[in-house]
Write a protein that binds this ligand. Structure first.
Ligand code: CTP
Length: 404
């Protein structure tokens, strides 16, 4: 099952002011469209020095607007018409000069004019600053930035790194994919604003000797999707991840661990500082009692070595025992009798919510189906992409936090 188009039905006015980062805006049009959005480009005169309106028209498949005296609109009011059906205005790149202008509420050309004339409650304004690091750090720019934030403008980035001028520092515009991800996140309902979530994800690896170990087929995808969904819903998220090679979701703090003991040691001190703990990790139940420093060699007898095992601590159950514990959500990966096992696990681990899924059917896949078991009974979240399920689960958790 493919991921849903994240910006389906959204109409975005993409404003471009002058800066070398204009070349990234061409790709940004494509990225937004790939996610289902329609894009209306509006350029300042300075932006047209960096990339032509013809390029932006061809990519966006719409007329590009560059000045306020454009007579193509029947009422000659492009500055009004362009934002009335729009879900957001994104200015990328936003130059230092353009930000200064917005901060003062000036409107001497089409783009600043339409930013000022947009319906402020219905059509949010987002800026992706792009400028030299000295310009970014300048007190005047920082003052304008503070004013823009106070006026309700959302600022995306900027990133730090190599700049076109050869200097290195803050002020690079985010990449097209990053900006598109920011837009997707922006439109998610903020169910978890102000909440702190701690999430475990992935398998653990229990070493037998320096080159071997015991692990399982968990890919970490569900836990990473929940981390992303929770962050997009406004939460501050810490993700404690076993050995997986997935990219860290944007704005999520990630702590990498290998074994169950390391995961336990990372989670327990952090848990009391969080509102919610979601245990998606497939933690190994046992570990080799000892891990030597040398590789175990065959002794020629034809007999396999016996490896004494010892039980790992139960991270979820231990968090649930903490005084002032966070709201605990456990996962139950089962091969059969999902509902019964999930109910029993909920009791045994003493947690308010268990999310059941069929382990062999979901490990490594991009989709899943979930069964939520709480004190009121059971509720199915039917088969869907993991990110869609993660968003639904986040909404369910938020609802329960509201009731708690
Ligand atoms: N869990 C944990 N620490 C462990 C084992 C499990 O935190 N040492 C958490 C998992 O992250 C999951 C839940 O407990 O949220 C249930 O995990 P699961 O492996 O399905 O259950 P087990 O407790 O291992 O029970 P069983 O092996 O009997 O199914």
């Amino acid at each position: 099952m493919s991921e849903p188009l994240e910006l389906q039905g959204r109409h975005i006015v993409l404003g471009m002011s002058g800066g070398i980062a204009c070349f990234k805006s061409a790709e940004l049009v494509r990225e937004l469209q790939r996610q289902g959005a329609t894009v209306q480009v509006v350029m300042t005169e300075a932006a047209t020095q960096f990339i032509t309106p013809v390029t932006m028209q061809a990519l966006s498949n719409r007329n590009v607007y560059t000045h306020q005296w454009d007579t193509r609109e029947p009422n000659a009011m492009a500055h009004i018409n362009l934002t009335r059906g729009a879900d957001a205005v994104l200015v990328a790149p936003a130059s230092a000069d353009f930000m200064a202008k917005l901060a003062q509420g000036r409107a001497d050309e089409l783009l600043s004019l339409l930013c000022l004339a947009r319906p402020i409650e219905r059509c949010p304004l987002l800026l992706a600053p792009a400028m030299n690091r000295e310009m970014w750090a300048h007190p005047a720019t920082q003052r304008n930035l503070a004013q823009l934030r106070a006026d309700g403008t959302h600022i995306l980035g900027p990133a730090a790194g190599d700049q076109a001028c050869g200097e290195v520092g803050d002020g690079r515009m985010l990449e097209a994919q990053e900006l598109c991800a920011e837009m997707v996140a922006f439109f998610q309902p903020k169910h978890l604003a102000g909440k702190r979530l701690l999430i475990t994800a992935g398998p653990t690896f229990e070493a037998i000797d320096p080159v071997r170990g015991i692990t399982n087929l968990s890919s970490g995808k569900m836990g990473f999707a929940i981390a992303r969904a929770a962050q997009e819903a406004g939460a501050e998220v810490t993700l404690v991840a076993g050995p997986v090679s997935l990219p860290t979701p944007r704005h999520v703090k990630r702590i990498d661990v290998r074994s169950a003991l390391q995961m336990h040691a990372a989670v327990l001190p952090l848990a009391p500082r969080h509102d919610v703990f979601v245990a998606t990790a497939a933690v190994a139940d046992w570990r080799p009692a000892e891990c030597g420093t040398q590789k175990i060699k065959k002794d020629g007898s034809g007999r396999a070595p016996s490896i004494p095992m010892t039980e790992n601590p139960d991270i979820l159950a231990d968090v649930a025992k903490l005084p002032g514990r966070p709201y605990c959500v456990g996962f139950a990966a089962e091969s059969h009798e999902l509902a019964r096992h999930a109910r029993e696990k909920r009791q045994r681990k003493n947690v308010p919510l268990i999310v059941g899924n069929i382990g062999p059917a979901t490990f490594g896949q991009d989709d899943n189906a979930l069964l939520l078991v709480d004190e009121h009974g059971e509720r199915e979240l039917p088969h869907a992409a993991k990110l869609s399920l993660a968003r639904a689960l986040v909404a369910e958790i938020a609802q329960r936090l509201g009731r708690a």
